[in-house]
Design a binder for this molecule. Structure first.
Ligand code: XMP
Ligand code: MG
Length: 182
């Protein structure tokens, strides 16, 4: 049995669950983008692991580029201010773009990104979110075309997701003990 990190209360998705989810998302994208060569835009840092796995599950030509944004800093609550820390190197005008994001929480990050990237006139822009948090209340109009799994309104880490740059290496998605961040 694999050791679970002592700061984790529950494992929501284990490695097998993750594999199955990502394969399913890859198959959907393959079917939808046959012959289109979409650009996968990975939102760093949280989505790096998901993006690497998703790319390998997509069986049609696609490219990848990276953006880094920050809405959380080192905290566990969205600050409401999204900053672009690293921009794309690729021109996206006329290109089909798929934003690969680790988790849709308040929706602030993705609604900001959609606005910023739409202004560059891509042919299309869609979201592939590995996780969607089931939050109470409304979020901005962000509708991911692809969602891997829903998670409860708790702070989750692992598989690329961090708290204060920790836990990204955990191979599963787990709920972080509240006493770690409160
Ligand atoms: P928003 O609130 O803008 O959040 O939709 C998106 C970004 O915030 C981070 N985030 C989390 N990171 N566990 C994490 O490790 C979480 O439960 C969580 N909720 C939001 C994440 O970087 C995401 O891109
Ligand atoms: Mg983060």
């Amino acid at each position: 049995m694999e050791q679970i990190h002592p700061d984790i209360t529950d494992v929501l998705l284990n490695e097998d669950d993750i594999k199955e989810i990502v394969l399913c998302m890859g198959n959907q994208i393959t079917a939808d983008y046959e012959g289109k060569n979409p650009l996968i835009v990975a939102v760093l840092r949280g989505a790096f692991m998901f993006t690497a796995d998703l790319m390998r599950a997509i069986q049609t030509d696609c490219g990848v580029d990276f953006m880094a944004v920050s809405s959380y800093g080192d905290g566990a609550k969205s600050s409401g201010v999204v900053r672009i820390i690293k921009d794309l190197d690729t021109k996206i005008e006329g290109r089909d773009v798929i934003i690969a994001e680790d988790i849709l929480d308040s929706g602030l990050t993705l609604s900001y990104l959609i606005k910023a990237l739409s202004a560059r006139h891509p042919k299309s822009i869609e979201i592939a979110a590995f996780l969607e948090k089931d939050i109470k209340g409304k979020r901005p109009a962000v509708t991911p075309r692809y969602v891997g799994a829903h998670v409860p309104d708790a702070f989750v880490v692992g598989y690329g997701l961090d708290f204060a740059e920790c836990y990204r290496n955990l191979p599963y998605i787990g709920v972080l003990k509240p006493e770690v961040y409160s």
